[in-house]
Design a protein around this ligand. Structure first.
Ligand SMILES: *Cc1c(COP(=O)(O)O)cnc(C)c1O
Length: 472
């Protein structure tokens, strides 16, 4: 596969270059594949239970062709995914896609674990260790740390703002041993990011160590997220005729979004043949993308803090990929968009729990409420000309091409549940009056000793630590 750049269509690189460099520093653009090959219709049209790993292999293959042989790719996929996503029906036309069965209980495990194994694979041809530096405000760091833990040839240094993340998040970052370490920085997330950026531009340090990043703009994190869209849409299509007597359902993927990486992966799956007719882009009060869909104007802005904090993004990095793949008009045909404020998030968690018994996390609850409103009148109102106010929470005034399927009761929703509610116990208990059950792997991490190294917000101290602690 050839990869090009969102800012310069003349750029052509291979998969290895796209993965190892993360982004194109010459243009500031992001890598995207030049095509999205359709997968074999025999696999899509099978009416037996699909196999997650077979889908993963089949979908990944064209993107690594000529660079990773089949037997190595199979090995990467088996090693990355000892867990899969689960489709859970919560009512006759709503399915929750649980993406939190990986080690850190959030969907980022899917992307980070694939990326780690691909980087390790490519690094085998190089001399010495590749050192990954990541600044994190919470979730990304634990997914990356866990994904790279004990992966050959790589090590990870995580920087997080001391005292500014939840106790569970801190445990998930600071209890690694071996090739993953954490530094707790006396400063903010932005300070952590600055330390990392300074290290990347420090010629002296780069002469001594091979450094790389593992952030969410890396194409090797997006591609594997497309696997669960394909998988879940096939599962839902196959079971719909039993669940709700809808023979050819119009499947809508409802995606709680921040940087819009997850939703971009859904677009890739659809291009490759997943039976998904459209998407709901659901955000918290950081509604840059819903506003874009409502007004046609894209205005990135500073983020605001919300209860769904992994989506607190005012300038979503993957907007650039979406805009490179589709015109605004095409986006408006494909997407409904929706946003919810903190009060709405709490109410949605409680409503879902009362109506279905299902406990959502604050991110997934935005998706659930979006789908619930869309199928219970909001979309029909828009179709009848009752325009919504895009400056208020709710459905953005845009009528996608699949709106009539909602009106005709032919549509079913797959709501992506991006994290386990157990990671947000305090918010969940505020909303529904009880704590969600804790998975064993979170209980276990809470009891491990904290190994984080205290660090001042001081580049010289950070650099000296790296020089003393990283292997050559
Ligand atoms: C990262 C994250 C999101 C947002 O995903 P994007 O790909 O950035 O849109 C949503 N929910 C949770 C729990 C996350 O960790």
């Amino acid at each position: 596969m050839i990869y090009t750049d969102t800012r310069d269509k003349n750029v052509q690189v291979d998969f290895r270059t796209a993965v190892m460099s993360g982004m194109n520093s010459a243009t500031g653009g992001l890598y995207i594949p030049i095509s999205y090959p359709k997968i074999d219709s025999a696999l899509i049209n099978k009416n037996t239970e699909p196999s997650f790993r077979e889908i993963a292999f089949t979908m990944a293959k064209p993107y690594v062709e000529g660079e990773i042989p089949d037997e190595d790719l199979i090995h990467i996929i088996q090693d990355a995914y000892p867990f899969i996503s689960k489709v859970v029906p919560v009512d006759t036309v709503s399915y929750v896609l649980e993406l939190f069965h990986g080690p850190t209980c959030a969907f980022k495990d899917f992307g980070a674990r694939f990326m780690a194994r691909v980087m390790s694979y490519f690094n085998k041809k190089e001399n010495g260790t590749l050192h990954i530096l990541v600044a994190t405000s919470g979730d990304t760091g634990s997914a990356v740390g866990s994904a790279f833990h004990n992966v050959e040839g790589l090590d990870v240094t995580i920087l997080y703002p001391d005292g500014k993340i939840s106790p569970l998040q801190e445990k998930q970052l600071s209890t690694f041993t071996g090739n993953v370490r954490a530094l707790k920085v006396k400063g903010t997330f932005d300070d952590c990011q600055k330390l990392v950026k300074t290290a990347f531009t420090d010629g002296d340090l780069r002469k001594k160590f091979r450094l790389s990043s593992a952030n969410s703009i890396n194409i090797s994190r997006l591609l594997p997220q497309s696997f669960y869209y394909m998988y879940s849409s096939l599962v839902v299509r196959n079971r719909c005729s039993h669940d709700n007597k809808i023979e050819n359902p119009a499947i809508i993927a409802v995606v709680p979004s921040g940087n819009f990486g997850n939703l971009t992966s859904g677009l890739i799956a659809r291009e490759m043949g997943a039976p998904i007719i459209g998407f709901v882009a659901a955000t918290n009060s950081n509604h840059t993308v819903p506003d874009w869909i409502a007004t046609g104007n894209y205005n990135a802005r500073p983020s605001v803090a919300t209860l769904a904090n992994a989506m607190d993004v005012g300038a979503p990095s993957n907007y650039e990929r979406i805009a490179a793949m589709y015109s605004l008009n095409e986006v408006k045909q494909l997407f409904a968009s929706y946003w919810l404020d903190n009060d709405g998030i709490l109410k949605a968690m409680n409503d879902c729990f009362i109506k279905t018994g299902y406990i959502l996390d604050p991110h997934g609850s935005i998706g659930w409420q979006a789908w619930s409103d869309i199928r219970n009148g909001s979309m029909e109102n828009l179709m009848e000309g009752k325009a919504g106010d895009y400056t208020k929470p709710g459905l953005t005034p845009n009528i996608p091409q699949w709106a009539s399927a909602v009106k005709n009761k032919q549509a079913v929703g797959i709501i992506l549940e991006t994290a386990s509610p157990a990671k947000f116990g305090a918010t969940v208990s505020q909303a529904i009056g009880k704590e969600p059950p804790m998975p064993d792997r979170l209980l276990k991490v809470m009891s491990l000793p904290d190994n984080a190294v205290p660090m001042d917000n001081n580049y010289e101290q950070f650099k000296a630590w790296l020089e003393a602690n990283l292997s050559k």
